[in-house]
Design a protein around this ligand. Structure first.
Ligand SMILES: Nc1nc2c(c(=O)[nH]1)N[C@H]1C(S)=C(S)[C@@H](COP(=O)(O)OP(=O)(O)OC[C@H]3O[C@@H](n4cnc5c(=O)[nH]c(N)nc54)[C@H](O)[C@@H]3O)O[C@H]1N2
Ligand SMILES: Nc1nc2c(c(=O)[nH]1)N[C@H]1C(S)=C(S)[C@@H](COP(=O)(O)OP(=O)(O)OC[C@H]3O[C@@H](n4cnc5c(=O)[nH]c(N)nc54)[C@H](O)[C@@H]3O)O[C@H]1N2
Ligand code: SF4
Ligand SMILES: [Mo]
Length: 723
């Protein structure tokens, strides 16, 4: 869409990890057009359809502009002052009566994309609560990555990123970057980067139970049975170590031990479980090891499964034993202008310093797995969560067995949500505090530069001013924090003074300090003079100096991983080969959808429904089903009703449902989203089955059955379940 009038303003998109630079046209206080900024050194003019919704979000009549409080079954708009008092009183009352752990905190994905939410929400406000019951979207997402970075490289954020612009062989496992625009890999303009890889004679291989948009443009696509990637990856590692030639760096220890422990995982042994042929597994191993440069990268598909941590370890190990770690065209770590590692803003991350009260799941980096949040709310005893703080999240739709959490929220004494929508989660709150939308705030991506495929730095001031009476998220967190401190009783001393100065410092001022402390020669002043962003060049090798392990060496076989491999081997010895009638559920994403919360933008949701269950035609035929039928899908934790489509993109035995739907719940105030009929995939996922090492959620490879519903509007028909 183009506009001929209005002022052009540069901004950054904060909707996904790609950090695209944008040019907005602003006319009469509204955004009338949005384009990619071709002068941005990282995104080079790229944008996706979601960026257009940034302006729609600003204009959305359903967006809350003032705090609201619940009165009986209705909402009443209130002033900020009253809202801050209600929140401070509610939280302090719980803390006084039941102790600090009785207040739980959950923060969602958009927190990582907002400078002020990071400085004042995750920093600032939430530490004041002093609770061990902290949860976040991390344990629905990247937790296995962070734990493996910590175990191998000594810091959770020390993440080797695919050197996509220079590699000759790119192996993508369980990720669909053509739609997601990359994750733990900030890579705007991925389509052109992958085209360039092919043009320079490179190879793209995708391993995925669905022939995805990314798989379609690959040189090779291999199906893998959901949840069995660890077996596939161990067999690839074995082939490289035993049958090929390992080329690791001198600072890597335990390679022989890895060769020994993966010995039983021959391609022949794992093939029947993974659904891949031994020849294919060997070919991948051989081609990867033989390529002039190669890099493996895995994401949601291999993180949110039972052996997610082992998968992420094996992916790192493959890069390491083939000499591709810290190597041009392999995997390299970024050197961000604002460096959260160097400045020690982000800690190394420790695993299991304490465990969750009810299920004994390990803490990592001060957070417990979200899969057990409902348990902590409903199970009586000391430390039970009685009040909940939800910051920019929608765990009723995003966490496993969301409907159980939905019920659990009803039992809270008090809940506050920081969000601009009354959605499936925030409808349970007593008070909702809405921040001004992203286009009204100064933007710098503190987090994702650590995962970027090129070192760049960009600061963009607010595109349009926030409306009178609105507050930025950082101002809300600051004011709630100050009020909470007061309600708790004033504290004196140096620590308290420092805390109060920090709370009052603006995010931009903190950014300025961070940039200076990072010592990479970028300052806020320089960034203001270069509004398209500063190019700091390609990633460069930096190991072993930049390793955070005490001896600057990598121990390739940490004990936790050793145990995992042994357990997997034992299980494999007794496991049955899966039968043809078993159905395994996986997810999928769509270019015009963003987790659970961009479904209120008409231009994104228009067109054919996207929530349908996709199944292979043979699986439908075997159950007497056809495209267009409505089926009842059942798992160990729940049941949903959904329309099916046939798709031979899916591996037989696999069905796919996207998450983020399920808006038709009472009390939700989303006029567009609540017209969508899709159910929540997370009413099927099982919170009791978690990733073995970290307790992260398992969204992929969930066993389900499906049967026809005779009358879609009424009760389920009775034929016994098949599948
Ligand atoms: N089955 C299944 N489940 C999944 C996944 C999957 O692949 N399959 N993916 C998982 C992943 S990777 C993630 S990251 C999670 C996401 O899970 P969550 O982070 O819990 O949920 P979101 O859908 O991102 O909801 C974000 C909320 O933040 C609000 N919001 C947006 N911007 C702002 C802001 O600037 N300030 C404030 N205060 N609020 C804001 C939105 O209105 C919305 O309510 O879902 C996970 N759940
Ligand atoms: N348009 C859009 N973009 C997004 C988002 C969005 O909701 N919409 N969400 C953002 C967020 S929060 C994140 S974390 C990223 C996620 O980014 P990605 O991880 O790239 O996104 P997904 O589409 O979840 O890709 C997971 C892939 O794993 C496959 N898969 C499922 N199970 C298995 C398995 O057992 N093994 C293997 N090998 N593959 C499997 C799925 O078929 C799917 O293709 O996307 C981000 N970008
Ligand atoms: S790819 Fe991501 S950052 Fe770029 S415009 Fe789309 S949502 Fe925004
Ligand atoms: Mo995510």
């Amino acid at each position: 869409m183009t506009a001929t009038t209005g002022t052009h303003r540069l901004g950054g998109c904060n909707l996904c990890e790609a950090m695209c630079g944008l040019t907005f046209t602003v006319d009469g206080g509204a955004i009338t057009s949005t384009r990619g900024d071709s002068d941005d050194p990282l995104s080079r003019g790229h944008l996706c359809p979601k960026a257009l919704a940034l302006g729609d979000l600003h204009a959305d009549p359903d967006r809350l502009r003032r705090p609201i409080k619940r009165v009986g079954t209705t909402w009443v708009e209130i002033g900020w002052d009253e809202a801050f008092d209600l929140v401070a009183d509610g939280l302090v009352r719980t803390r006084r009566t039941h102790g600090p752990d009785a207040v739980g905190v959950y923060w969602g994905n958009p927190m990582a994309h907002s400078l002020g939410a990071l400085t004042h929400g995750i920093g600032g406000f939430s530490p004041l609560l002093g609770t061990r019951n902290r949860f976040s979207a991390t344990s629905l997402d990247t937790l296995p990555h962070f734990v493996i970075h910590r175990l191998l490289y000594g810091h959770q954020l020390l993440a080797p990123v695919p050197d996509i612009d220079r590699t000759q062989y790119f192996l993508i496992i369980g990720s669909n970057p053509l739609v997601s625009n990359g994750s733990t890999m900030t890579v705007p303009d991925i389509a052109n980067r992958l085209k360039a890889l092919r043009n320079r004679g490179g190879t793209l291989v995708v391993v995925d139970p669905r022939r995805t948009e990314t798989a379609r443009i690959a040189d090779r696509h291999l199906y893998v049975r959901p949840g069995t990637d660890a077996l596939f990856l161990l067999a690839v590692l074995r082939s490289v170590l035993v049958e090929d030639r390992a080329r690791a760096r001198p600072y890597v220890d335990s390679i022989d031990a890895v060769a020994e422990i993966v010995e039983p995982f021959t391609p022949e042994v794992v093939a029947p479980h993974t659904g891949m042929s031994p020849d294919d597994i060997r070919a991948i191993a051989h081609d990867f090891a033989a390529a002039p440069s190669a890099v493996a990268h895995g994401r949601m598909g291999v993180s949110t499964q039972q052996h997610g941590a082992l998968c992420q370890w094996a992916i790192q190990a493959l890069n390491i034993v083939t000499g591709n770690l810290d190597s041009v065209g392999g995997a390299l770590v970024a050197a961000p202008a604002a460096d959260l590692i160097r400045t020690k803003v982000m800690k190394r991350g420790e695993l299991g310093r304490w465990r969750s009260r009810v299920r004994g799941l390990p803490e990592f980096g001060g957070e417990l797995p979200t899969a057990t949040m409902a348990d902590e709310i409903v199970t009586p005893g000391p430390g039970q969560i009685r009040s909940l703080v939800v910051m920019a999240g929608n765990p009723v739709l995003s966490s496993p067995n969301g409907s159980r959490l939905d019920d659990a929220l009803l039992s809270l004494d008090f809940m506050v949500a920081f969000d601009f929508y009354v959605n499936e989660t925030t409808r349970h709150a007593d008070v909702i505090l809405p921040p001004a939308p992203a286009v009204t705030r100064d933007h710098y991506d503190l987090f994702h530069h650590h995962f970027a495929v090129r070192n760049t730095s960009r600061f963009t001031p607010a595109v349009i001013p926030k409306a009178v009476g609105e507050k930025h998220d950082w101002e809300i967190y600051r004011d709630v924090a100050l009020r909470y401190r007061r309600a708790l009783g004033r504290r004196f001393g140096i620590a308290s003074m420092v805390e109060s100065v920090r709370l009052r410092m603006s995010p931009v001022r903190s950014l300025d300090m961070l940039l200076r402390l990072s010592g990479r020669g970028v300052t806020l002043r320089k960034l203001r003079k270069a509004p398209h962003g500063i190019d700091l060049g390609p990633l460069t090798p930096s190991f072993p100096q930049s390793l955070h392990t005490p001896d600057k060496r990598i121990d390739l076989l940490p004990e936790l991983i050793q145990n995992e491999i042994t357990t997997l081997g034992d299980r494999l010895a007794t496991a049955d080969v899966p039968t043809a009638d078993q159905l395994l559920l996986i997810g999928r994403r769509h270019l015009r959808s963003n987790n659970s919360w961009m479904h209120n933008a008409p231009r994104l949701v228009k067109g054919a429904a996207r929530h349908h269950l996709l199944a292979h035609p043979s699986d439908l035929a075997a159950r007497g089903l056809a495209a267009g039928d409505t089926v009842c899908v059942t798992s160990a934790s729940g049941e949903i009703t959904i329309e099916v489509d046939a798709s031979d993109d899916l591996m037989p035995g696999v069905v796919s449902i996207p998450h983020g739907y399920g808006h038709r719940r009472g009390g939700v105030r989303l006029s567009v989203a609540s017209t969508l009929t899709g159910p929540s995939a997370n009413d099927l996922t099982d919170e009791t089955v978690t990733e073995n090492v970290t307790g992260a959620a398992v969204f992929n490879g969930v066993p389900v059955t499906m049967r026809r519903v005779a009358d879609p509007g009424g009760k389920h028909s009775e034929p016994p379940s098949v599948g």
